[in-house]
Design a binder for this molecule. Structure first.
Ligand SMILES: NC(=O)c1ccc[n+]([C@@H]2O[C@H](COP(=O)([O-])OP(=O)(O)OC[C@H]3O[C@@H](n4cnc5c(N)ncnc54)[C@H](OP(=O)(O)O)[C@@H]3O)[C@@H](O)[C@H]2O)c1
Length: 231
């Protein structure tokens, strides 16, 4: 494969957000690497590298980056889109089993931390003129609690902290870090109405911006970035 086109890596890629983000970046001339558990590596083609990986194992993340670098080049855009967390009993959130809590925290936070770490290492090796962007797909749970979504909320909150810190620390190097969360126009969560297409369009726009914007990117379909008071 030629190494001239920029590379995007999407961790936790499925039929909605992952698929549409990949499409939006292919349209911009990117080579795409996708990683998820059920992906079929034999479906590899010249534009898309498919990597089978389970992000509940944070130790697997470094190997994903190595594979991408060896096959299509260093990623200048990394999207972390995987999430985990089955609904818990809203009246007994502390009944979540430790094994489940720990696994979900790995998917929502620890592997995202390693991905951000690996992304920064990749960004350091890329030429100055390239846009370098890490985007974590979040939701409203870093700002509010939902009784039935304890471990998902813990993970999104913890990763929001990582993103906020990284956005401040690396802005002078030109590395951008974002926590992106789709909302409805009134500020309420998109939930099941989440639009993969809107994510693709918005993530491509975030990537094209030269410098770091607000670390928390709440956005509305067909509108784009919209600031909402904290919930
Ligand atoms: N703003 C909102 O209100 C809102 C609403 C809903 C969702 N969201 C966020 O949007 C993101 C997902 O959206 P989506 O489901 O529409 O996207 P998607 O790109 O269609 O799917 C996400 C993919 O992540 C992969 N994944 C899950 N666990 C994984 C693991 N342990 N290891 C590797 N890959 C894993 C799954 O593929 P495999 O099964 O093949 O592993 C899944 O298909 C999440 O971050 C979620 O929190 C936000």
């Amino acid at each position: 494969m030629a190494r001239m086109s920029p590379v995007i890596l999407i961790l936790g890629s499925g039929p909605n957000v992952g698929h549409h983000v990949a499409r939006a970046f292919v349209a911009k001339g990117y080579r795409v690497a996708l990683a998820s558990r059920n992906i079929k590596e034999e479906d590899d083609n010249t534009d898309q590298l498919q990597i089978s990986a389970d992000l509940s194992d944070p130790h697997s993340v470094k190997g994903i980056f190595s594979k991408v670098e060896a096959s299509i080049g260093l990623p200048s855009v990394v999207v972390y889109n995987a999430s985990a967390g089955a609904p818990n009993n809203p009246e007994d959130p502390l009944s979540i089993l430790l094994a489940d809590f720990s696994r979900d925290l790995h998917v929502n936070t620890t592997s995202a931390f390693v991905a951000a770490q690996q992304a920064a290492l990749s960004f350091k090796k890329l030429p100055d003129h390239m846009s370098k962007t890490f985007i974590y797909t979040g939701n409203i749970l870093n700002e509010t609690t939902v009784a039935s979504l304890l471990d998902g909320g813990v993970g999104k909150s913890a990763t929001a902290h990582i993103i906020r810190s990284a956005a401040a620390a690396y802005r002078n190097k030109g590395f951008k870090f974002y926590y992106a969360a789709e909302r409805k126009a009134d500020g309420s969560p998109a939930y099941s109405e989440i639009s993969g297409e809107a994510h693709g369009k918005f993530y491509a726009e975030l990537t094209e911006q030269k410098s770091q914007g607000p670390w928390q990117q709440t956005f509305v379909k067909d509108i784009g970035y919209k600031h909402f008071p904290a919930s």
